[in-house]
Ligand binder design. Structure first.
Ligand code: B3K
Ligand code: ZN
Length: 881
């Protein structure tokens, strides 16, 4: 139960070359026979063998077939009297475990009468005693035995080499994985499952079998996942020349899963949420998420599995890189430049609303952390999303002539990375070195040691820009400077390497120049002369670095950028800044919210624009979230922010009423359902129009639009349109919302993933006078609610505590009391899920009173509970520090 430090890394004292596992699967008592071939690591001093094990019953230990002495201490099996010398020896460990009682969903567990495993990061030790660390890679040979009627399908990693019947109605299957792997990539599945199958021939001419396994009733919802898998395979071959290295690639869906999915070698296990889709039950967002998560897990097959992490501090080596790869995949699949830009904006929005606050709060940590108490707490937006931005900056910094984006240079770096490290467990340094070495002379290669501060220093850098215009000489200068506030354990920061793509526009909005500037010092000044008039700077185009850009844009400049910038990211950003200026003004001044004409006209121009994509219009018209606004303030009054944002939304609803009507008519019919980005964008904008039209009806009392919305809800031919209509009624608090919610429940009572949406919509609805908490409490009593199912717990409890600041932060502190009780209740069931919920109050120190004091008290109450998990303890201890 001690803090683990990166600096303490030592290679293992023993290697495990091969593992033979034999499972007798039984929900109450599963027997696991584990035969390993080990040898001492000659590079390490002779010492005892310490195998990790958790919640196991140990029955027998044999060394080379003989009984031996052993000790059990602190969840370790310690063997001191092992054969001397470097010769391999055989160790046999026989244990039992209880999958049906496993509510943590780590290790081997039962869900809907089937067996599943989850081993990353340290779940394999809940299956058998092992060196549960990623730098120990072994060959696996796995036999599964189980009752044939109850568990007709028996799966593990690799190739099925043998199967047959056994006495007593039982059967067996034996799987051999042709690739060596760390134990966190082990998986088994057993149960009543059916598969969609697809045979493919890849570019090299090799044949492969692809399978998507689900529960029998769900086969009709697997087409999109299979298509996404085929697209992923083709993309990785095309862009990075990385082929599928297995004869068989399987995806299995389970409804009880702690996160999104898991990249086990050849046997990915997925949350049903990221597999199952039909137009009747899944939204466009679900379709897009499935595509990206299927891609993500598939891309891990190379980045993570073929080359893995030396230790868990290197987690971003595989996660940051694989998120970067899945983001690029989604962009490439989106097609046209404008659709790519929409994806980019969405990714940046996630980074800024989730990762920036993390980097400014008590859990802030570098992309490569230096210490942890519980590794599961470090599967964070920093490791994943900021890690992806670090990889993206590398790509940007290897750009060259004929390769303006750095794609070719980056692909060369990837090739070198695999040439050097295939089959190894390596570090983030090894990765960065390969990308740099493949691009000698690039800014990345020149600046590599300094660039790697992105891995070692936490916190979001601030990039300040100040411009100066000398009309007499036609000279424009832009002074850039950087700083980064202290984070826990890091009081001082050295300057980062910040790639800044900069464009200049003239007063009519025509582009004058565009180029990449790399800031490496604390400050630096760019000068351009020979200009006819003062230019408008478009700074940080495409969001080339994960920084907070501070520049005192005037409204006039922002309006020019919004109307004319050729960089779609900064075009969107201009609208965000216009909205933020206004929101912050109203929040700080307490003035009555009244939207000014220039802002309204700019929004109208976007809505009515003849050529802009609907998806882009939807992003521009979406006001910055309450969470993002809170980050812009030193002291946060969540109710004030909520009230101002709602009032601004109402302002846009009423001022643009006719425009919303027009937009709705233009976008409401998208024909036969297809989840492509263009028609998805049109559905999103139609949904947004409905919400605003219903909001406007709230003040006018006009029943027409709520009525039309209800009709659309009833007639909808797909889940996106149906859900958006329902959400519009809920958002405006109309009386038609209640019957619509009831009929939605009745329609989908047998669709777990749709019920999750039903819970989430109600828990995340705009708060009116404190009405949401009672609804949430009531829904906890609903027969369909189940705290043990992570998806359901997230849909109700997280939607309220983490995604509904206006409902959660109550002056009477009842939201915090509710949070505290749920964290403690969940911790006894599933610490990983509980620790995620615990983070809902990360930013409590920024709150104004009375919220601040009450939040502190609630966190302290959790911290005072004696038998907390390591997961929750780490989060609350850091929060109070
Ligand atoms: N690698 C897994 C995450 C495992 C989380 C363990 N607590 C999924 C992914 O990133 O692809
Ligand atoms: Zn991943």
């Amino acid at each position: 139960n001690a803090v683990i430090h990166r600096a303490d890394y030592r290679p293992p004292a023993f290697w495990i070359d091969s593992v033979e596992l034999c499972f007798d699967l039984d929900p109450v008592k599963t027997r696991v026979l584990n035969r390993m071939r080990l040898r001492r690591n000659p590079d390490q001093p002779a010492q005892a063998l310490r195998l990790d094990g958790e919640e196991l019953n140990l029955a027998r230990v044999l060394v080379n077939g003989q009984g031996t002495s052993f000790k059990l201490e602190d969840s370790q099996l310690i063997l001191e009297n092992l054969p001397e010398g470097n010769a391999p020896f055989e160790l046999e460990v026989f244990t039992t475990c209880a999958p049906a009682k496993n509510t943590k969903l780590m290790g081997l567990y039962v869900s809907n009468d089937s067996f599943f495993t989850q081993c990353e990061a340290e779940g394999f030790r809940r299956i058998t005693y092992f060196l549960d660390r990623p730098d120990v890679m072994a060959s696996y040979n796995v036999t599964l035995r189980a009752d044939k009627a109850a568990y007709p399908v028996l799966l593990s990693n690799g190739n099925l080499v043998e199967q047959g019947d056994l006495d007593g109605g039982r059967h067996f299957a034996r799987w051999v994985d042709p690739h060596r792997k760390p134990c966190y990539l082990f998986a088994l599945v057993a149960g009543k499952l059916v598969a969609r199958e697809q045979r493919i021939t890849t570019a090299s001419g090799a044949d492969h079998l692809l399978q998507v396994y689900v529960r029998p009733g769900d086969l009709d919802k697997t087409e999109h996942a299979m298509n996404s898998l085929m697209a992923s395979i083709a993309w990785d071959e095309g862009r990075f020349k990385l082929p599928l290295d297995l004869e068989r690639f399987m995806i299995v869906a389970t409804s009880d899963f702690n996160m999104g999915a898991m990249e086990n070698k050849g046997l990915n296990i997925f949350n049903t949420k990221y597999v199952l889709a039909s137009q009747a039950t899944a939204t466009d967002t679900d379709y897009a998420n499935i595509e990206s998560v299927v891609g993500h897990e598939y891309f891990h097959n190379w980045t993570g599995n073929r080359v893995t992490c030396r230790d868990w501090f290197q987690l971003s080596l595989k996660e940051g890189l694989t998120v970067f790869r899945d983001q690029e995949f989604s962009q490439d699949l989106a097609g046209e430049a404008s659709a790519r830009a929409v994806r980019r904006i969405e990714d940046v929005r996630v980074l800024r609303t989730a990762q920036f606050p993390e980097d400014a709060g008590p859990m802030a940590h570098p992309v490569r952390p230096d210490q942890y108490l519980e590794i599961n707490n470090f599967y964070t937006v920093t490791i994943y999303e900021k890690g992806a931005e670090v990889v993206r900056m590398m790509q940007t910094l290897v750009a060259g002539e004929g390769d303006p984006l750095g794609r070719a240079g980056f692909a060369r770096g990837m090739a070198l990375y695999f040439e050097r490290h295939d089959g190894q467990a390596v570090t983030c340094d090894d990765f960065a070195q390969a990308i740099a070495d493949a691009n000698p002379g690039s800014p990345l290669a020149r600046l590599l040691p300094q660039f790697k501060r992105w891995y070692s220093q936490a916190g979001t850098p601030r990039l300040k820009a100040r411009s100066h215009w000398d009309a007499a000489t036609g000279t424009y200068s832009l002074a850039l400077s950087q700083s980064c506030t202290p984070t826990p354990g890091q009081p001082h920061k050295d300057p980062f390497v910040i790639p800044v793509r900069l464009g200049l526009l003239d007063a009519e909005g025509r582009q004058i120049s565009d180029g990449l500037h790399v800031l490496t010092e604390d400050s630096d000044t760019l000068t351009m002369s020979g200009l006819a008039g003062e230019p408008v700077p478009s700074i940080l185009r495409g969001f080339t670095a994960p920084v907070i850009l501070e520049y005192d844009y005037t409204d006039a400049q922002l309006l020019i950028l919004l109307a004319h910038d050729t960089d779609p990211f900064n075009r969107w950003e201009a609208a965000q800044r216009l909205a933020i200026h206004r929101a912050l003004h109203f929040i700080r001044s307490g003035e009555h919210v009244e939207l000014d004409a220039p802002f309204v006209e700019a929004m109208r121009a976007v809505l009515r624009h003849p050529t802009l994509d609907s998806a882009f219009k939807d992003l521009v018209l979406t006001l910055p979230s309450e969470t993002y606004l809170a980050e812009q303030l030193d002291e946060v009054d969540p109710q004030r922010i909520h009230a101002v944002r709602e009032a601004m939304r109402m302002g846009l609803a009423t001022a643009l009423r006719h425009d919303w009507e027009w937009v709705y008519e233009q976008n409401k019919d998208t024909g036969a359902y297809r989840p492509d980005s263009r028609s998805a964008g049109r559905r999103a904008l139609a949904g947004m129009a409905l919400t605003h039209l219903c909001l406007a009806a709230r003040t006018s009392g006009d029943p027409v639009w709520p009525g039309k919305t209800l009709q659309r809800f009833k007639d909808a031919g797909n889940m996106t349109d149906r859900f958006n209509a329902l959400a519009a009624l809920v958002a405006c608090g109309h009386e038609l919302a209640a019957p619509a919610l009831a009929s939605f429940h009745a329609l989908f009572k047998n669709e777990a993933l749709v019920l999750d949406k039903w819970f989430a919509l109600q828990a995340g609805a705009p708060d009116h006078g404190g009405n949401i908490l009672p609804v949430v409490k009531q829904l906890m009593q609903h027969p369909d609610f189940n705290l043990r199912n992570p998806n359901r717990a997230r849909s109700l409890i997280f939607s309220y505590c983490s995604a509904n600041p206006g409902g959660f932060h109550r002056r009477d502190a009842a939201g915090y009391v509710f949070w505290c009780e749920r964290v403690m209740e969940l911790d006894a069931i599933n610490p990983q899920v509980a620790a995620r919920l615990a983070r809902a109050l990360d930013r409590w120190k920024k709150l104004a009173d009375p919220y601040r004091g009450a939040a502190r008290e609630a966190i302290a109450r959790v911290a005072a509970k004696p038998d907390l998990s390591r997961d929750v303890r780490e989060v609350v201890t850091r929060a109070l520090a």
